[in-house]
Design a protein around this ligand. Sequence first.
Ligand SMILES: [Zn+2]
Length: 445
Amino acid sequence: MENSHAANSAAEPGTDIDQLAHEMTAQFRQVLSTKRMNELASQASRSRSSSPALGGPAPAFATTPYSPAPEGVSPPSYSSLRNIPLVPEAPRDARSIQFRSMLHALSNTPMQWENPGLLDEALRTVPLDRIYNEAEEESQIFQAEAASLGQGKLPRWGYQDCVIRALMRWFKHGFFHWVNNPPCSQCTSPTIAVGMAPPEPDERARGATQVELYQCSHCRGLERFPRYSDAFVLLQTRRGRVGEWVTCFSMLCRAVGSRVRWVWNAEDFLWTEVYSDHRKRWIHVDVCEEKWDKPLLYAEGWQKKQSYIIAFSADGATDVTRRYVRDAMKHGLPRTRAPEAVLLFIMNEIRTLRRANMTKQEKFRLEGEDKREDKELRGFIIQNIVSGVTKISTEALANGWTPGTRMDPDAQKAAEGRTNSSEQVLSREGGRSSPSQHNPDQDRR
Ligand SMILES: [Zn+2]
């Protein structure tokens, strides 16, 4: 497999491609390591300048130039829906206070990955040359596709996006294993769940708080399945369900230089978001399902109802529910854990905490990003309303009614933008997708 990629990128005949790849990989590891070291060592002052996220790969590798965000990424804003006044309110009742503690605890997960030594170590388990070759190849395809569409067209995805896409494929198909009932380690026969057990000292030392017990259907031996949540321990165990998959994969996204979010939902789902410098927005990534930028997978694909979806990163926390639940009437669940103003307060609180030691410029840049994202999220709701209106008028037309006035052109644009992007999403899936490893309805934790 590696050979086919190597052959493909053999631009200079006579060069020892393997040797070159090794050198480049070593070089890249060094660059990443230095960057991370600088970034994290200076965390006290958090002077991460304009490129916080270990930005992209070293220039030698980044043959795809980063381009500005394509026009029309953000739908038009509607003054009527803009700035619905919501003043943050401190939690007062017991339920809200409990929700706050839980969110604060969850927000620590991505902080555990901000460790340059461990990230370096993690990177050693990743076949970087293979990942970069694949990313390079795919990135060239996107560039060629953009070029064929005419001048000024930007590739759909940039090089670093392709790195994460390649990482996801390797992680799912070559690295991590899905476990429902672990097979018997003595005779490999299937096992049956028999309950829980307290962790042994060594399991506890590696961070397991609970251990599932299984009994072999053949030799009757007992099999332990400790549930680890430490991404670095998971690099060794390389197995688990959604929790383990998402934690380990998100950490590796960080290790290869992306800004990453660990996304939690109140209905026991987890996934990842990575920041695309190319598209200037956060991208949904579900490594278990091998899905890239398919935020409607859960609500519209699986018809899952969801209440809260919160994204946690080293920069703070954001309520991203609107990215995943566009139609709250259809796919939303009641949000009863705290008043909305209290949730806003908690999000602000976590942000402030994470950004406390950042420079003024860095905070300013992140605030700009927050505002852009908020506009993007508000846009989804507007698009949904607009498409609802469009549907109604189509039905009305079918019933012989002619509208007297045309639709507001901005609204029309927004509706069209939505259609185009969802078509793209569908066509992009192509032959890449593989059948789910597990049933979405089963316990994803
Ligand atoms: Zn057995």
